[in-house]
Design a protein around this ligand. Structure first.
Ligand code: KIV
Length: 254
């Protein structure tokens, strides 16, 4: 069954929405064969497969290239694409043009935008233009240089209140879902209870409407994975064993 923003909204409150990243046709086919609900073409493509240290160097062209590869597989999962660093803070017309490119030329069905309450007016303009927006709050990978690293959010009363307010502002702005990353589980749970749109967690406890994970982290394909990501398979080890067997066959002239 094809997943849409409507099927996600209908799944609110059931804690069953399954989301995962994919960056190309190979990983998109794997995700869809496993019947996930959402494939995110995350800007984590930068550090997970393109060899960058963070998501910051990821460009619009890179996102377009990877989103199109995922969409060519025509998955049942909803295809969401990340808006990369800086773009949502520039001219609105440039942002809208890029969303149009992602949706019209690359096959994205939604976009994901990092940002606190300050991003709500932009989200309202995009949703008014017909762009489905998934709002990303809590830890925002694109702020890694500003933050000086990665950490858990919502530990102080002020930060807790700001993130909760951002969740409500994004809902009011028309976001179809929230992504709540790396925050104290009580905050993720309160956000989930407080908004009528699905809240999808990562490193935010179990009391969300669903979870998202970076595929390469759970398949043992990431050199650095966050502590909350459970490894379900060690594909790196299996691949090295297979490639070594091939190497031996070649060298032994088999
Ligand atoms: O880009 C990404 O992979 C993300 C994760 C939080 C899922 O945004």
């Amino acid at each position: 069954m094809k997943r849409t923003t409507k099927t996600l909204r209908q799944a609110k409150g059931k804690s069953q929405i399954v989301c995962i990243t994919a960056y190309d046709a190979v990983t998109a086919r794997l995700a869809d064969a496993a019947d996930v609900d959402v494939i995110l073409v995350g800007d984590s493509v930068g550090n997970v497969v393109l060899g960058f240290e963070s998501t910051v160097p990821v460009t619009m062209d890179m996102m377009a290239h990877h989103t199109a590869a995922v969409a060519r597989t025509r998955p049942n999962a909803l295809i969401a694409a990340d808006i990369p660093f800086g773009v949502a803070h520039g001219e609105f017309s440039d942002l809208l043009k890029f969303c149009m490119r992602l949706m019209q030329e690359c096959g994205a069905e939604a976009v994901k935008i990092e940002g606190g309450a300050e991003m709500a007016p932009t989200i309202a303009r995009l949703t008014a233009a017909g762009v489905p927006v998934w709002a990303h709050i809590g830890l925002q990978g694109q702020c890694v240089f500003q933050e000086g690293g990665y950490r858990k959010f919502g530990k102080t009363e002020q930060e807790y209140a700001e993130i909760l307010a951002a969740a409500k502002a994004h809902e009011a702005a028309g976001a179809f879902a929230l992504l709540v990353e790396m925050m104290v589980p009580e905050l993720a749970a309160e956000i989930t209870r407080s908004v009528s749109i699905p809240a999808i967690g990562i490193g935010a406890g179990k009391d969300c409407d669903g979870q998202i994970i970076v595929m390469h982290d759970i398949l043992g394909l990431s050199p650095k994975k966050p502590s909350f990501a459970k490894v379900y398979a060690d594909l790196s080890a299996q691949a090295v064993t297979a490639i070594s067997a091939y190497r031996d066959d070649v060298r032994e002239k088999r």
